[in-house]
Design a protein around this ligand. Structure first.
Ligand code: FES
Length: 167
């Protein structure tokens, strides 16, 4: 039975120079965005190691949002291009693990786009709310059970084949 009080938990990695400043601007401008996001400030979106995203999900986040400077505006020249490449690869992996696409999002949001940061956060929170809790630890346990049963069925097949050979 779903918990009616459940709230999505989103971890956001924001670049210091653009999206973090945009989130700050949204706050100063009293633009309200959902309180479900915990923002982690990094100097560049290129600092977001895919492992950070996997760790956040494994530790209970229901979604991860990454915000960086627009392409061509990265203060470290091509940090955001590296992020884009890593992000696309990670999305494929997450997709194969059965983790819905909407749980991990990459957005280019400049320092002046306070309204946009608000819109992206609110939209993502609602999308993740619709998906429900990610509950990755439970999924890990389910995958373990699946693998154990697969292993047992392979062993059983090998035993049967060995009996046929020795008969
Ligand atoms: S400095 Fe903002 S994405 Fe690189």
């Amino acid at each position: 039975m779903p918990d009616p009080n459940w709230q999505p938990r989103i971890v956001a990695f924001f670049c210091n120079w653009c999206t973090y400043t945009a989130a700050d601007l949204a706050g100063v401008s009293r633009l309200k965005y959902a309180p479900n996001v915990r923002v982690i400030r990094l100097m560049c979106s290129g600092r977001v190691d895919p492992q950070f995203i996997l760790d956040a999900l494994a530790r209970g986040a229901d979604g991860v949002l990454i915000g960086g400077c627009h392409i061509g505006d990265c203060h470290y020249v091509e940090g955001n291009l590296k992020t884009l490449r890593r992000f696309q690869m990670l999305k494929r992996l997450l997709h194969d693990l059965g983790i819905e696409d909407q749980r991990v999002r990459l957005e280019w949001i400049s320092a002046s786009e306070g309204e946009r940061v608000k819109m992206v956060i609110n939209e993502m929170v609602e999308q993740v709310r619709t998906l429900g809790p990610l509950n990755l630890p439970k999924r890990f346990a389910d995958w373990d059970r699946e693998m154990t049963s697969l292993e047992e069925s392979i062993r059983e097949k090998e035993r049967e084949e060995a009996e046929v050979v020795h008969a």
